[in-house]
Each structure stands twice: as structure tokens, then as C-alpha cells.
Design a protein around this ligand. Structure first.
Ligand SMILES: Cc1cc2nc3c(=O)[nH]c(=O)nc-3n(C[C@H](O)[C@H](O)[C@H](O)COP(=O)(O)O)c2cc1C
Ligand SMILES: CCCCCCC(=O)C(=O)O
Length: 365
């Protein structure tokens, strides 16, 4: 019998053992040379910690709020598509794990369970992630279904005007299943003789003409939910996002699945935080695999982090229980990091608790 996983990376191997290669590659892969995929993880290793000692850490409080919703730790579930390809219970199992872990789940626009099924499965606080089809009426309809079913925010992902070139999916001829949310509205199960039919579907259906002037205004005209924008990597775009009135920003390169050779997200977090200047919360994702990674992201200004692939690996390995374990491991490691760094609460985690590459540069000159 395989030994019990002792860290979240171990779940990746468990997922590899149970998943068909096409699906495992889909979940794991990044775009093109996968430079950014490696960097998202590696860049965390180049940041070191500056702990303080002789601080009372007998009680650690990891709790925080996101848009006013209290969560037990600053670790949320990122939107990732098609959970039923990993486990038959799909997003329902993930949502139940989020509820049990007292955290927020962001349901993907590309979910395999419907908005309603997930909403009625448990009492997790849920946000709804949105892409916008050329057929805007379909996207508007699903936002309204999410609002009606108690989702608390819309997370608009802005880094997919076109699908990135994911070479494993092309080789495997990744299939695009019919998504139940869109049954009778749009066929998501495109037949493509060549390459990834999933990529072909996105290319055919997503609106690649969206722009700042148009999209947020349109979204505000169809929903009263707060809007979080996901996929910001520069201070220029962070300022624009604040100007157009978003309620939050997610620093993200889409788990390195879109534009290869973008920097690791952790290396641009501070730039965005500085530009936003505290006007709205900044969330972060990309490469979170350890509690120390969560700590580093918070020290560099994130309000909370989102976790993508490790949640899918936990789901594939053991359904709801696997996802619970992944979140618990990250929480336990984060709690330990806070204790060993002399930070009993999140407000005690400061910029001076980490040393980045750019901090080291001046001393090298
Ligand atoms: C298999 C997979 C599917 C994804 N699907 C979506 C999606 O539907 N919508 C979205 O905004 N981001 C999606 N993402 C990106 C994640 O929300 C997140 O940005 C990324 O996974 C974070 O990096 P990590 O996997 O290293 O934690 C997906 C990522 C993966 C790996
Ligand atoms: C309507 C299907 C969209 C799924 C998009 C999935 C995604 O973002 C990914 O990175 O894969």
C-alpha cells in the first residue's frame, strides 16, 4: 500500500496513478515550454524567511475575511474546470470540502456540476468565476443563475481572450465534454479532428474583443454582485482595474496555462499591491504548494491565496476527503510557519519577514 501523503506534492503522484493520462496531463500541464509553470513554484524557493523569536505564539489566529466573509485561514479554492474528470462527485465534493474547511470555493465557469447542484450541496461560501462567450446572453444567464443561487461574487477571468498553447492537450487530443450548465444553450463538446477539441471550443466561443471600456460596465448592468478581476500581472492593469471599480484583484497567470514567459506570480505581487494602494483586496495564486508559500504571499501583501492544482490532485486521489486533507495540510503548515516566524496573527506578518531576490540585489552591487 502506498504511504500516506505527508505534504500536498505527494497528492500529485496519487492523482497520476488514478487518472487517465489525457486528464492528468490536462490538469498538470502549462503552456508551450512551461517556463512559467516551473517558475511559479521555483520563485517561492528563492524567497527566504526572516523569523522573529521570543514572541508568544501559544495561540495562532489564521482567520481573515474576504469581501466581508470570514474564513478560517487565508487559503481559498481557485476556480478550476471539469472536476468530474478527476472524480465522479466533481465540484460537489470540492464544495463540501470547502465548507468543512471553512473556506471559500470559486466555482469555475467550466464546471462539470451545475451552479445549482453545487449551491444545494452544502453551505460553503461560493464565488462564481466567469468567462464571457461571444454569445453574451448565455454568459449573462449563468451569472444571473449564480446570483439567484447565493454565490457571493463574480470572479471575471481576463487572461483567456484565446486559449494558451497547451502542447500536452494537443498531443493527447484533449476532449471537450458537454458541460451541463450550458446544455441546450451551446454545444461545448466540439468535434475536432486535429489537436485539442477543448482548445478549439474556447477559440470558437470566447469573446476575444473584450476591453476595459466595455466589459465591467456591461457586467455591472447585469448583476449587483461584487466583481473580482482575475489575471492581473502589472501595475498598469492593477490601476485600471481599480479605476473601473472592481471589488478585488487576483494576481494570477492562470497557473501558467496561458502566456508562457510571464514571470512567476509571486515576483509581481508586490508591484500590484503597491499600485492598488489598499483600495481593494489583492488575492494571489500560482504555485502555492506549502504553508511557507502562503506566508510569503501574505508578507508581500496578499489578503489570501487561491490553490488550484493541489485541490484537483486531492480530489482525484480521494474525493471530498482528499480535498479536505490538502487544505488541512496547507493550513497546518501555514500555522506552523506563523509560530516559527513569531507571528501570532495575520497582521503580524510583515514585509520584513521575507527576503526576496530584489532585496538581495543592492548588497551584491
Ligand atoms: C486544470 C486547470 C483548470 C483551470 N480552470 C480555470 C477556470 O476554469 N477558470 C479560471 O479562471 N482559472 C482556471 N484555472 C487557473 C486557476 O484558477 C489558477 O489560476 C491556477 O491553477 C493557480 O495555480 P496553481 O495550479 O499552481 O495553484 C485552471 C487551472 C488548472 C490547473
Ligand atoms: C467553458 C469551458 C471553459 C474552461 C476553461 C478552463 C480553463 O480556464 C483552463 O485553464 O483549462
Amino acid at each position: 500500500m502506498a504511504s500516506e501523503p505527508v505534504n500536498v506534492n505527494a497528492f500529485q503522484e496519487l492523482a497520476r496513478q488514478v487518472l487517465p493520462k489525457m486528464y492528468y496531463d490536462f490538469y498538470t500541464g502549462g503552456a508551450e515550454d512551461q517556463f512559467t509553470l516551473k517558475e511559479n513554484v521555483e520563485a517561492f524557493r528563492r524567497i527566504t524567511l526572516r523569523p522573529r523569536v521570543l514572541v508568544d505564539v501559544s495561540r495562532i489566529d489564521m482567520s481573515t475575511t474576504v469581501l466581508g466573509y470570514k474564513i478560517s485561514a487565508p487559503i481559498m479554492i481557485a476556480p478550476t474546470s471539469m472536476h468530474q474528470l478527476a472524480h465522479p462527485e466533481g465540484e460537489v465534493a470540492t464544495a463540501r470540502a470547502a465548507a468543512a474547511s471553512d473556506t471559500i470555493m470559486i466555482l469555475s465557469y467550466g464546471s462539470t456540476c451545475t451552479v445549482e447542484e453545487v449551491a444545494s450541496s452544502c453551505n460553503a461560501v461560493r464565488f462564481f468565476q466567469l468567462y464571457i462567450y461571444k454569445r453574451r446572453d448565455i454568459s449573462a444567464q449563468i451569472v444571473q443563475r449564480a446570483e439567484k443561487n447565493g454565490y457571493k461574487a463574480v470572479v471575471l477571468t481576463v487572461d483567456v481572450p484565446r486559449p494558451g498553447k497547451r502542447e500536452a492537450d494537443i498531443k493527447n487530443k484533449m476532449v471537450s465534454p458537454q458541460l451541463k450548465n450550458f446544455e441546450g444553450l451551446i454545444s461545448t463538446a466540439l468535434d475536432s479532428d486535429e489537436g485539442s477539441s477543448f482548445e478549439a471550443f474556447i477559440r470558437a466561443s470566447f469573446d476575444d474583443s473584450l476591453c476595459w471600456e466595455d466589459v465591467i460596465g456591461w457586467l455591472k448592468s447585469i448583476t449587483t454582485l461584487p466583481i473580482i478581476i482575475k489575471g492581473i500581472l502589472t501595475h498598469e492593469d492593477a490601476r485600471k482595474a481599480v479605476e473601473v471599480g472592481v471589488a478585488g484583484i487576483v494576481v494570477s497567470n492562470h497557473g501558467a496555462r496561458q502566456l508562457d514567459y510571464t514571470p512567476a506570480t509571486i515576483s509581481v505581487l508586490e508591484e500590484v499591491v503597491y499600485a492598488v494602494g489598499g483600495k481593494v483586496p489583492v488575492l494571489f495564486d500560482g504555485g502555492i504548494r506549502r504553508g511557507t508559500d502562503v506566508f510569503k504571499a501574505l508578507a508581500l501583501g496578499a489578503q489570501a491565496v487561491l490553490v488550484g492544482r493541489p485541490v484537483i490532485y486531492g480530489l482525484a486521489a480521494n474525493g471530498e476527503d482528499g480535498v479536505r486533507k490538502v487544505i488541512k495540510m496547507l493550513k497546518d503548515e501555514f500555522e506552523l510557519t506563523m509560530a516559527l516566524s513569531g507571528c501570532p496573527s495575520l497582521k503580524d506578518i510583515t514585509r520584513s519577514h521575507v527576503r526576496t531576490e530584489s532585496d538581495r540585489l543592492p548588497s551584491m552591487l
